[in-house]
Design a protein around this ligand. Structure first.
Ligand SMILES: Nc1ncnc2c1ncn2[C@@H]1O[C@H](COP(=O)(O)OP(=O)(O)OP(=O)(O)O)[C@@H](O)[C@H]1O
Length: 235
């Protein structure tokens, strides 16, 4: 089943500039797709467009099911005046979650990510990694159909990355689709089903690693395919 359909002719930050162009892709249930590209390529702009944050959009975005998606941003966003636990209560209220196990699941995730000691503290006093963990916990708790994850591998400690990846695996089995933007290509190569390579606002390649290799460097790593595209980019 298709979870996300992106059909964009163009989108941008002002009406005279098309920051991203001809972006067309779909995500199926259970798929993990890596959004890859150099700095300034347009990855965050694609994500912002999916999230409905850009005003200048020519095209359509469709999210299937109950339209419940979770965004895990690269730079944590939280309410200064709410504690970690209050963020969890807020997520439950805002998303009308009736699940009787909600708070039990919340406690388990807090314990998994080793945040018990700051459960009633304000996130402003957390490290960046701890704030990222809060974003992840809140996202997982709402059981979204679609995850949009912006650079999860910078800032989290190795155990948190491992735990995050195993939760992502469980979520895929539940049927969630995941779009993940990252520069950590060796990890992306291991975990993603498919890749979307963006450069200068356009999709320059899309598909499985083998499909990306077929239009770049046979048998190469994702990193080497990436270098190939950068060296052969339009100037
Ligand atoms: N708020 C903004 N207003 C105007 N232009 C912007 C804004 N944010 C980004 N841009 C421009 O849009 C283009 C794409 O940027 P974007 O942030 O999507 O890149 P990215 O692929 O996410 O890069 P990075 O890997 O560095 O995070 C860049 O040329 C950037 O200067």
């Amino acid at each position: 089943m298709e979870i996300l359909c992106v059909d964009l002719h163009h989108a941008g930050y002002s009406d005279n500039k098309k920051t991203i162009k001809n972006i067309h892709f779909q995500l199926q249930q259970g798929e993990l797709v890596g959004l890859i590209g150099p700095n300034g390529a347009g990855k965050s702009t694609i994500i912002k467009t999916i999230l409905g944050l850009l005003e200048e959009v020519d095209g359509e975005i469709n999210i299937a099911g109950n339209n419940r998606y979770a965004y895990i941003p690269e730079h944590p966003v939280y309410y200064e005046e709410f504690t970690l636990w209050e963020h969890i209560e807020l997520a439950k209220a805002v998303n009308n979650i009736e699940d009787a196990n909600f708070y039990q699941r919340a406690e388990q995730l807090i314990s998994l990510f080793r945040l018990e000691h700051v459960k009633h503290h304000f996130p402003g006093s957390f490290s960046k990694g701890m704030q990222q963990k809060l974003m992840i916990i809140v996202a997982i708790l709402i059981k979204p159909t679609l995850y949009i994850v912006d650079e999860p591998f910078i800032g989290l400690d190795p155990k948190a990355i491992k735990d995050f990846l195993s939760i992502i695996d469980e979520e895929r089995q539940r049927g969630a689709a995941i779009l993940m933007s990252t520069h950590v290509l060796d990890t992306a190569e291991k975990i993603c089903d498919r890749f979307l390579l963006v450069n200068q606002g356009e999709l320059i390649a899309a598909g499985t690693l083998d499909e990306v290799r077929a239009v770049s460097v046979p048998e190469a790593s994702l990193m080497d395919c990436f270098y190939y595209f950068m060296e052969n980019e339009k100037r």
